[in-house]
Design a protein around this ligand. Structure first.
Ligand code: SAM
Length: 248
């Protein structure tokens, strides 16, 4: 018996709440303080040069202090620029599932929480309705997430954090052409161990079709795929695929 049911047609106010919150966020004093022109320009250069990832990895490799700042800038950039409609759309989709969890206070992990923008939005939208935990193996990203989400539990792995009702992953790195090099079996087992009976694994990915199918095959030994759908395409942004799995 699954621990939760899924609401297929959400109340329209979920989307409205997300939109209202994100609009507010764009003018939040903390947000404006962090978003200085220099950082935005630096980030834009990285993105436009196509070298963003490599540069960031290089900086991280050197333990460069700027890496943390870049992390912050990249996630702000995502909010204010091209990815804004996609983020609203995606968070609305995610909230449908969280809203469908029958427990009073479901436990939700953002696995690969990065700089914690989604955590910030979810905290403000959901308040105490959900117990949120942010997870990221990248210490730089976690520091940014910590600044942005004081008081929230943040950790380097799902590890012994207890059982979750829902694990959410937003563009975690294994989707970027590197999935075949990545230990997907290990990650699947980690998710499976961390999820409660009938728990949901929700992923926002941009894998090419062939990779998605391989990925689903691997994951399907422990999970039933419930949904795989393109949810947003805008010219400046990658295709977003929402994949939802239920723990067997
Ligand atoms: C696109 S970012 C997520 C951004 C985030 N949703 C936000 O709101 O700021 C993807 C994250 O996945 C993390 N990641 C990479 N490999 C991971 C793994 N094996 N487990 C968990 N997170 C991982 C990366 O460090 C990165 O922070």
């Amino acid at each position: 018996m699954p621990a939760m049911k899924i609401i297929q047609t959400p109340g329209g106010d979920f989307t409205q709440k997300v939109e209202a919150r994100l609009k507010q966020l764009r003018f939040h004093p903390d947000f404006l303080r962090e978003r200085n022109e220099e950082v935005i320009n630096l980030t834009r250069e990285f993105i436009e040069s196509g070298g963003k990832r490599e540069e960031i990895h290089k900086l991280r490799g050197q333990g460069h202090v700027e890496a943390s700042r870049l992390w912050q800038a990249c996630s702000e950039y995502a909010l204010i620029k091209d990815t804004y409609p996609a983020r609203v759309r995606f968070l609305s989709e995610l909230l449908k599932y969280i809203g469908g969890v029958t427990k009073d206070r479901p436990k939700v992990a953002d696995d690969g929480c990065g700089g914690g923008v989604d955590l910030f939005c979810l905290t403000h939208i959901l308040g105490d309705a959900v117990e949120l935990v942010g997870v990221d193996p990248d210490g730089f990203a976690l520091n940014v997430a910590r600044d942005r989400n004081p008081g929230l539990e943040l950790r380097e792995s799902l590890g012994d954090a207890g059982k979750f009702d829902l694990v959410y992953c937003d563009f975690v790195d294994w989707g970027r052409g590197r999935m075949t090099e990545y230990d997907v079996d290990g990650k699947r087992d980690e998710w499976s161990a961390a999820l409660a009976e009938g728990g949901l694994l929700i992923q926002n990915v941009d894998f090419p079709d062939w990779q998605r199918e391989t990925y689903k095959d691997i994951i399907s030994t422990s999970f039933n795929p419930l949904r795989d759908e393109l949810i947003q395409t805008i010219p400046e942004f990658e295709d977003c695929h929402l994949i939802v799995f239920e723990k067997k």
